[in-house]
Ligand binder design. Structure first.
Ligand SMILES: Nc1ncnc2c1ncn2[C@@H]1O[C@H](COP(=O)(O)OP(=O)(O)OP(=O)(O)O)[C@@H](O)[C@H]1O
Length: 299
């Protein structure tokens, strides 16, 4: 059986506007999993519960396939979890990056100072400035370097690229990819950036109004949904996998389908000319998913 990084069984948390959960989710070890969803859908709450910054009201979370824990997570497991939060904490505000790194190295047994220094240099983080005096992007880069230098088995990233310029973003993506080469690390990343999902994620978890709608392979999600323009009188409901159709002003029919090969075959066999096929963008796919058209293959 595939090793599991973290498993949630019926986990829920009551928030002001809505209940997050109950969430049932199994994250396999060694993959990058993107958590997607509109603002307020519960992504940060989910990551905070995995890090025990927020405690669930009910349900259970099992980390690294260990026995169940009641109450707080044992230190030896906490030390294997890295976190880049949406907002940086204040404890290290008066420290320089190196002072903060020394501080953290006592907490994380696998701390890699060489890697930290290399990341700080690669990401061009000022080394002699107190964290509180840094720009938002510089602080973010420090947080990313420090999270990676802890060499966690589970890395939780809440919108890590927020505030980063395109160059720093590219370096960050490369660093995450390099880090993943190591093997058993798992990354959960809450993001709104489609490019980040395309370049990093193996799986997508979609959240909507506090619920997890499902988890699917990213490549499958992106390859499955197509838009087809065709000429002729074949009714869209007779085409496999069609979820929506439009009559265009130029007489063409445009359909969205999740079964493109069968749809194409059906059109060609009945002598209907296909003029164009387009992949749907991630954002468009997610909207169909939210509307109830789930990807065909679930985990
Ligand atoms: N500390 C808190 N106390 C009470 N309610 C909260 C708290 N943090 C978040 N919420 C509420 O919980 C819900 C989920 O918020 P959460 O921050 O998890 O969403 P999100 O998907 O991360 O959103 P975003 O994309 O905007 O970051 C929202 O309705 C929010 O108002």
């Amino acid at each position: 059986m595939e090793p599991i990084a973290v498993q949630l069984n019926g986990v829920s948390k009551m928030r002001k506007r809505r209940v997050i959960g109950p969430i049932d989710l199994t994250i396999p070890e060694g993959y990058v999993v993107a958590i997607l969803g509109h603002n307020g859908s519960g992504k940060s709450t989910l990551l905070n519960m995995l890090q025990q910054i927020v405690l669930p009201d009910s349900g259970e979370i099992i980390w690294f396939g260990q026995e169940k824990h009641s109450g707080t997570l044992p230190i030896e497991l906490r030390q294997q979890i890295g976190f880049v939060a949406d907002n940086s904490g204040i404890e290290e505000n008066r420290m320089t990056p190196q002072e903060a790194a020394d501080f953290r190295s006592h907490w994380y047994p696998r701390w890699d100072m060489k890697l930290f220094k290399q990341l700080i240099t690669d990401m061009d983080v000022p080394s002699d400035v107190k964290l509180t005096k840094m720009s938002k992007g510089e602080r973010r880069k420090f947080e990313i370097a420090a999270a990676l230098a802890a060499r966690p088995k589970l890395l939780l990233l809440d919108e890590p690229s927020s505030g980063l310029d395109p160059f720093a973003w590219k370096v960050m993506v490369e660093q995450f990819r390099d880090y993943m080469e190591g093997g058993d690390t798992t990354i959960l990343i809450a993001t709104h950036i489609a490019d980040e999902v395309k370049r990093l994620a193996d799986y997508i978890v979609l959240m909507h109004r506090g619920q997890v709608l499902g988890m699917a392979e990213k490549d499958l999600v992106l390859e499955q949904w197509k838009e087809i323009w065709y000429e002729g009188d074949l009714r869209p409901e007779n085409i496999p996998g069609v979820v929506e159709s439009f009559q265009e002003e130029n007489g063409l029919i445009r359909v969205i389908t999740t079964r493109v090969s069968e749809a194409q075959e059906r059109l060609e066999l009945s002598d209907h000319r296909v003029l164009k096929i387009r992949n749907l963008e991630l954002g468009e796919v997610l909207e169909y998913w939210i509307a109830g058209y789930a990807p065909v293959q679930w985990r």
